[in-house]
Design a protein around this ligand. Structure first.
Ligand SMILES: Cc1ncc(COP(=O)(O)O)c(C=O)c1O
Length: 460
């Protein structure tokens, strides 16, 4: 990375010499102090091209949008915060109404501060729905094993990945996981349906509260969605067994995959949908749990409350920023443009990465694309864990002043290393070309390193 060496621990922070408890404890972290569009500026004077909307698929409008900052300032001047127990506020009411307009299948919206909270809220809602209907035996959730739905204990329970679950096993609920329906294991979606049937049978249908998944995967299987046959089969089983379908659209919601919500392009309508990330656009921690009218009606005529929220739920400041983000998305038709521009973006990325032995598949929808890596010796298998392709890609990308986000779930056995390519929806064609060119350079370098090392019998 250029220009990142700094004095006094200002520009590059060493984890050993800071008071911050960082995520990785054996690294140096460059510090970013400004963003504009798809560019991040380091304290040391470097400039990084952001191909992943801030790294977590969140800053979908790009950085430094003045209208959003102005809306936040105005809301802070009016009133920033009070607790949602006694009062409501116009930004919250307006934002909920606007979300129901763009998600007409949904009827009610509960605002929260992050995706994990939204997913926990979806779990509580599903459970309370069944309890209020007099079916208190229903509590188990079935989800694809490769999933990531958040970092709180209830949401970690939703993943079947051993590396996420360890060492927290004693805190986790015993839900059920089916193998992810990926092209490698299940190209038609039939195997996932068989696994679902088996899970329902084993658990007893009367214990199953919900099926929980992403309609198109974010980081866990970037850009992947099972075939229609799986969704149709899931809808049939919901009708047969009476569980709810919860879609985690924390990544995909608000236009990321082209269209407002990914579920709108699938042959199934979920009962509960969670959104986050692009709802606040990286300008405010903001998320929501939405549900269909019949789900709400059960609580409205049952326990008549849906308590246990969080301090910042529906606060005027967060919702005012959410409204400004939605205004911006609508004014620039960013969801529509993501649908229109997505196929060409995918073609360009595929063409640029063609021929590299470590690249297995390049896939995705709208502005949520993914690269899945394979063992270069057979072009199919999950790469050996020790090759650490994901770590190499991210490090080499930063050396090339490019931000992408790669994951390394190899040890879990469901998928290999992958890179998420999820630029801001406002990126120009020239910026996208530059991101693709840099990523191709990075993949080429890592491809050479990895194949050389394998050829020389090396392990790292
Ligand atoms: C699909 C998905 N769900 C939920 C979450 C959790 O969201 P948060 O980190 O805002 O709690 C994430 C975070 O990356 C995610 O990718």
């Amino acid at each position: 990375m250029t220009g990142s060496a700094g004095a006094n621990g200002q520009a590059v922070i060493d984890t050993a010499s800071t008071s911050v408890f960082h995520k990785f404890l054996d690294r140096t972290y460059p510090s970013i102090d400004r963003g504009e569009g798809v560019w991040l500026y380091t304290t040391g004077g470097g400039r990084i091209l952001d191909a992943c909307s801030g790294g977590a698929m969140t800053a979908g409008l790009g950085h430094g949008v003045v209208e959003i900052a102005d809306a936040a300032e105005a809301a802070m001047g009016d009133i920033a915060y009070y607790y949602a127990h006694h009062f409501t506020n116009l930004p919250q009411e307006r934002l909920a109404a606007r979300l129901v307009d763009i998600a007409p299948e949904m009827a009610k919206v509960r605002f929260l501060s992050g995706g994990s909270e939204a997913n926990e809220t979806a779990l509580r809602l599903a459970r309370q729905y069944h309890v209020d209907r007099g079916e208190g035996t229903r509590w188990r959730v079935i989800s694809p094993a490769q999933a990531y739905h958040g970092g709180t204990m209830a949401t970690v329970s939703l993943t079947g990945r051993p590396t996420f679950r360890a060492p927290f096993g004693p805190y986790l609920s015993e839900h059920l996981h089916i193998p992810p329906s990926t092209p490698r294991f299940d190209p038609t979606g039939a195997a996932a349906l068989d696994a679902l049937d088996e899970a329902i049978e084993q658990a007893g249908p009367e214990t199953v509260a919900a099926f929980f998944c992403e309609p198109v995967s974010g980081a866990s299987l970037p850009g992947y969605s099972p075939p229609d046959r799986f969704w149709e089969g899931l809808a049939e089983r919901r009708d047969r067994y009476g569980f709810l379908v919860c879609f985690d659209e924390v990544v995909t919601g608000m236009g990321r995959t082209g269209g407002w919500f990914a579920y709108q392009g699938l042959p199934i309508t979920p009962d509960i949908v969670t959104i986050g990330k692009m709802l606040g656009g990286g300008y405010m921690p903001l998320a929501a749990t939405m549900c269909r009218q019949p789900v709400y009606d059960v609580l409205a005529s049952g326990s008549k409350e849906f308590d246990l929220g969080h301090t910042w739920d529906g606060a005027p400041l967060s919702c005012a920023v959410g409204l400004a983000v939605l205004d911006y998305l609508e004014r620039h038709d960013l969801a529509g443009l993501a649908a229109e521009r997505g196929p060409a973006l995918l073609d360009r990325l595929r063409a640029a990465l063609e021929g590299y032995a470590i690249v297995g598949e390049v896939r995705g929808r709208g502005f949520l694309l993914g690269v899945e890596y394979v063992d270069p010796r057979d072009g199919v298998s999950i790469p050996p864990d020790r090759l650490e392709i994901a770590e190499r890609i991210d490090a080499c990308a930063l050396e090339n002043d490019l931000l992408v986000m790669s994951t390394h779930p190899n040890a879990d056995g469901f998928a290999g290393d992958q890179t998420v390519f999820a630029p801001a929806l406002t990126s120009t064609d020239e910026e996208l070309d530059e991101m693709i060119e840099r990523l191709a350079r990075v993949v080429g370098e890592v491809d050479r390193t990895v194949t050389d090392r394998l050829a020389n019998g090396g392990t790292t």
